[in-house]
Design a protein around this ligand. Structure first.
Ligand code: GRF
Length: 201
């Protein structure tokens, strides 16, 4: 059984896609041990609670000092014995110590085809604004391993999505979520659970 923790900061639609995929059997042999957020008001936490999944939130207001926050976060995760950490709309830059402690055991969903429109400043709607401003005709989403950089880890899965005439950032974001993110994140987790994608090495 693959034991996972999902880290969230916002609406949690990617978390919901994982929950639904486990329930439907699209993701096999996997259990969400807990959902972690840096935002205690994140609706993603409500989604978890609705399914009886344990939630842990650690607000920056509780521990404003970055090093102390990251040490507490590392302590929490180390005490749980999970196999895989899934960043699903988690708006917090992990410390190098944390990524080293869980080397090749953290994956992230990014709403573009890396290496395009990623890195510092490219998160949420800013990604789709960049896509529309550049005028590319194809975008998509990427699941990648998390290393000490921003969106720089090994690419595990990608899915392309067409950019349509007249798209707004909001319309494009929704299409990328529906057609790409909510598909490849569960698929990647299932491949890790089956051993087809190796982690922790
Ligand atoms: C998604 O667009 C995801 O690609 C990005 O942040 C957003 C999170 O959405 N990392 P949600 O919280 O999963 O609905």
């Amino acid at each position: 059984m693959l034991k996972i923790a999902v880290c969230v900061s916002g609406g949690g639609t990617n978390l919901q896609a994982i929950i639904d995929a486990i329930e439907s059997g699209k993701i096999k042999d996997t259990k969400i041990e807990f959902v972690f957020s840096n935002n205690k008001n994140a609706y993603a936490l409500t989604r978890a609670e609705n399914k009886g999944i344990k939630t842990i939130s650690l607000s920056k207001k509780d521990i404003p000092e970055v090093k102390a926050y990251d040490e507490k976060m590392t302590e929490i995760f180390k005490s749980t014995g999970i196999d895989l950490i899934v960043l699903a709309g988690f708006l917090h830059n992990l410390s190098p110590e944390f990524t080293r402690a869980f080397k090749n055991r953290i994956i992230n969903i990014h709403p573009s085809l890396i290496p395009s429109f990623c890195g510092k400043g490219f998160y949420g709607l800013h990604v789709h604004e960049g896509v529309l401003n550049r005028g590319v005709k194809v975008t998509g989403a990427t699941v990648h391993m998390v290393d000490e950089g921003i969106d720089t880890g090994r690419i595990l899965m990608q899915k392309a999505v067409c950019v349509d005439e007249g798209d707004t950032p909001e319309v494009l974001q929704k299409r990328v979520m529906e057609q790409a993110e909510w598909v490849i994140l569960p698929e990647t987790i299932n491949k890790i659970a089956s051993g087809e994608i190796k982690i922790g090495e």
